[in-house]
Design a protein around this ligand. Structure first.
Ligand SMILES: [Zn+2]
Length: 278
């Protein structure tokens, strides 16, 4: 193995390990943000016996396995969700490193991928997409736009590669994401006389658009409608959800945006290719 290959391997391992550690913090965000608690203090404790977690109880994934999924003090079961979120974030970060290589695209994407993990679970648990996640994510997306090659639209559109074109694509993506959902919410309100979504979905699309641009917003919404239909049908058909139930759109948008981040530009190129043939 050459020195360059070894360095690449080391960096990928580091990406996965740091991803798991950040995943541990995401668990705290998922649990505390929707109930308005600080994500910094107090330190994590067992919800049953109040025992503070010792540093060696806080090693991502490993501790949960060593403790066999129970509190070290009172043996209350600890949800398997915790190591899964850590593994999920580690997997997404490592996946980005493997997919894009260790360059700008990977590092620009990491905050978005982690924000999507938090938003998926807070929406699933509480039907909430906290402003403390969506708004800073949108700001970060705009701030890193100049280094974000994902904002270069598929070949043939609006030129590509320049800093200004990336900034424009980021701002336009954010505006389109917000605007489309705002319109959809208005239409829904007129048709069904009730709110389809909380404002959280709009702000989530603001962030997705800032990272993925105009094309990315459209692909995300397209994929989310497929994910949403597949996931909702069993519930709707079984009558457990009425049509007017507030749908957890964030749970559909999060995986859709992640897929778009990885393969969106290929999907756009492929689709444009189809149109050219027709
Ligand atoms: Zn305990």
């Amino acid at each position: 193995m050459s020195a360059a290959e070894l360095l690449r391997l080391e960096m990928l391992v580091a990406l996965g390990v740091v991803g798991a550690v950040v995943g541990s913090f995401l668990n705290v965000c998922i649990y505390r943000l929707p109930i308005g608690k600080s994500v910094v203090t107090p330190p994590s404790a067992c919800p049953r016996c109040g025992q503070r977690l010792k540093p060696w109880h806080n090693v991502p994934i490993v501790s949960w396995i060593l403790l066999r999924g129970r509190c070290a003090c009172c043996h209350e079961p600890i949800s398997v969700r915790y190591p899964l979120v850590e593994a999920l974030n580690a997997g997404l970060w490592l996946g980005a490193g493997l997919h894009f290589g260790l360059d700008a695209r990977t590092f620009v994407l990491l905050p978005l991928l982690s924000a999507l993990v938090v938003l998926f679970f807070t929406d699933y648990d509480h039907q909430l997409l906290p402003d403390k996640v969506t708004l800073p994510s949108a700001a970060i997306g705009l701030a890193v736009a100049a280094w974000n090659p994902l904002l270069d639209l598929a070949p043939g559109f609006l030129g590509q590669g320049g800093v200004l074109s990336r900034l424009a694509s980021s701002a336009a993506g954010a505006a389109l994401g917000y605007g489309l959902f705002f319109t959809l919410a208005m239409v829904w309100q007129v048709l069904f006389a009730r709110d389809a979504m909380g404002g959280g979905d709009l702000k989530m699309m603001l962030a997705v658009g800032a990272f993925l641009g105009l094309g990315g917003v459209l692909v995300t919404i397209f994929l989310a409608s497929i994910v949403g239909t597949l996931l909702s049908l069993p519930y709707l058909l079984s009558g457990r959800w009425g049509m007017t139930r507030q749908l957890p759109f964030g749970c559909f948008l999060a995986p859709a945006a992640a897929i778009t981040a990885f393969w969106g530009n290929q999907l756009i190129s492929w689709y444009v290719g189809l149109l050219m043939l027709a």
